[in-house]
Design a protein around this ligand. Structure first.
Ligand SMILES: NC(=O)C1=CN([C@@H]2O[C@H](COP(=O)(O)OP(=O)(O)OC[C@H]3O[C@@H](n4cnc5c(N)ncnc54)[C@H](O)[C@@H]3O)[C@@H](O)[C@H]2O)C=CC1
Ligand SMILES: O=C([O-])CC(=O)C(=O)O
Length: 339
């Protein structure tokens, strides 16, 4: 099902996602009853690498758990709500977080900060207490700020491991692959696009020159494609007309990321996913977190790949990205430390 950046992968239906040497992983989803949480939980239930599924939401997760638990795969599913966060998190090795409000038309992701920052902070406090060694994937927006918020809370609690905290930016490469495939009339599974930076507007930097299919795209077509990749989320927000943002494609992207992470944790080598992590790449320019292709391993982040060679246009895109990204990161860091 998942066409991935670097390693091979085939149909989930054919093999229940990829198999791996040691398949024994409990995954917790926080925000499991939401627009993303429900289809993500279903996809994780169909992933043979997920042996336990712990579904938590402030409301509704036991119902979702009862529903997906009837899917005839081997994993155990349990649902938790309200104050049951401790039980939901205990023993979780991977925690995926789509908790928080989505955008409405006219809003930026940063407009979600006021509501989602405190949701993510509170969940980070619980994770620090009940699952401090877990690998954590953050979906909640604004990702450029929620990842630093999560990190600052874990630092305060003395349990921050930069190898184990990931902002999930997979949807950007999923979109880029699909949109470029449409233009080149190619099967998206053969179209791999590297996307770096952050996860909002101009902080999303597609590197089309680094893929064979992207090389010939220029002029207005290039500009329109870059814009569509950067603002793909807005396309969905507008089409949903006030009822939310991308949920199904995000669930697909989140399940792909989780599957890659588990395969790497289980010892598979050569697993590479784009993800927003604590990164040295632009630290000297005040950007402490940055998405690029990251090789995953048994401890989480194994190797952060550099962005590679950029065209003049891509250098301009990166120039526009860095100051915005630095601002978003600072806002997250200050939210925790000025409280
Ligand atoms: N990283 C990415 O690429 C993407 C991120 N998103 C973001 O994902 C988030 C969720 O989006 P949707 O699922 O569409 O929203 P939704 O409103 O449908 O679901 C959110 C769920 O979070 C739950 N929730 C709220 N506070 C909680 C808490 N303290 N603990 C546990 N659960 C809590 C709600 O009860 C609700 O069920 C939004 O912030 C959205 O912007 C959306 C699409 C892509
Ligand atoms: O656009 C949004 O608000 C949701 C999101 O992050 C995306 O779809 O990429």
């Amino acid at each position: 099902m998942f066409s991935r950046q670097v390693t091979k992968n085939t149909s989930v239906l054919a093999r229940g996602f990829a198999s791996s040497a040691r398949a024994n992983r409990k995954v917790a989803v926080l925000g499991a009853a939401g627009g993303i949480g429900q289809p993500l939980s279903l996809l994780l239930k169909s992933d043979s690498l997920v042996t336990g599924l712990s579904l938590y939401d402030i409301r509704g997760a036991p119902g979702v758990a009862a529903d997906v638990s009837h899917v005839n795969t081997n994993s155990e599913v349990k649902g938790y709500e309200k104050d049951d966060l401790k039980d939901a998190l205990t023993g979780a090795e991977v925690i995926i977080i789509p908790a928080g409000v989505p955008r409405k038309p006219g809003m930026t992701r940063d407009d979600l900060f006021n509501t989602n920052a405190s949701i993510v902070r509170d969940l980070a406090e619980a994770v620090a207490e009940y699952a401090p060694k877990a690998s954590i994937g953050i979906i909640s927006n604004p990702v450029n700020s929620t990842v630093p918020i999560f990190a600052e809370v874990l630092k305060k609690k003395g349990v921050f491991d930069e190898k184990k905290l990931f902002g999930i930016t997979t949807l950007d490469v999923v979109r880029a692959s699909r949109f470029l495939g449409e233009i080149k009339k190619a099967d998206p599974k053969d179209v791999k696009v590297t996307v770096v930076g952050g996860h909002s507007g101009v902080t999303i930097v597609p590197l089309l020159s680094q893929t064979a299919h992207g090389k010939g795209v220029d002029g207005e077509t290039y500009k329109a494609l870059v814009n569509r990749i950067q603002f793909g989320g807005d396309e969905v927000v507008k089409a949903k007309a006030g009822t939310g943002s991308a949920t199904l494609s995000m669930a697909y992207a989140g399940a792909r990321f989780t599957n890659s992470l588990i395969r790497a944790l289980n010892g598979e080598t050569g697993v590479v996913e784009p993800t927003f992590v604590k990164s040295p790449l632009y630290e000297s320019e005040g950007v402490e977190y940055f998405a690029s292709n990251v090789e995953l391993g048994t401890e989480g982040v194994k190797k952060i790949n550099p962005v590679g060679e950029l065209t003049a246009e891509e250098q301009e895109l990166l120039k526009a990205c860095l100051p915005d990204l630095a601002k978003n990161i600072k806002k997250g860091v200050e939210f925790v430390n000025s409280a």
